[in-house]
Design a protein around this ligand. Sequence first.
Ligand code: PGA
Length: 234
Amino acid sequence: MGNKIVIGNMKMNLTYNEICDYVTKINVDSKQLIICPSSIYIPYFIGHNYKVGIQNVFFKNSGAYTGEISSLQCKSLNIDYAIVGHSERRILFKEDDETINMKIKSVLANNMSVILCVGEHKNEDANQIIKKQLMLALEDISDIENVVIAYEPVWAIGTNEIPTNEVIYDTIKYIKELIYKKFNKNIKVLYGGSINEKNIELLMKISNCDGFLVGGASTKINEFLKIIEVALYG
Ligand code: PGA
């Protein structure tokens, strides 16, 4: 039990004063914890005993790309992870599989790790969608050991709806088998979508799940600390 990976995807939340308070309270000593705040706040999270991730990167290292942030720049700040392929990026910012593939290549080329999000919309065939997303995102990629996959059904994100443990187990198993077939390597697969302090104990029972990607609940420091306690030390 315990010893799972926990990722906090804070999305576009919290103001500067709230972040200052958050930073003083999140003094967790574990490299299994990855905090992904809004990019402008990242420097406040660097240099602690947890890891830091960015919620989005561009696929070029530098140049005239107003508003974008590169993996090269992230690496220079000791940022360890980048989330790629989150459904909010796919849906709201029209990121396609080809762009996701280029972003992953750029992150890996800069010696960072990727958190690749995949998942189906309501009433879609999950395995079919996930297979397509994975194969296109991971085309021509060799260092798969620096990729962590998060299974996030789109219908479970921010909705308080959550698949059964059996469904999550089967989907994670399917993802691990696909990756093993393609790369001959075992990788970590997490679950994400409506995780909170009430359901974390139940989710911990999924034997093949290597950790959790927490969105909304990661912005509430007390609730997130409870989730971390269960997932890392429970
Ligand atoms: P949620 O988001 O925990 O708020 O459902 C998860 C995610 O988007 O990664």
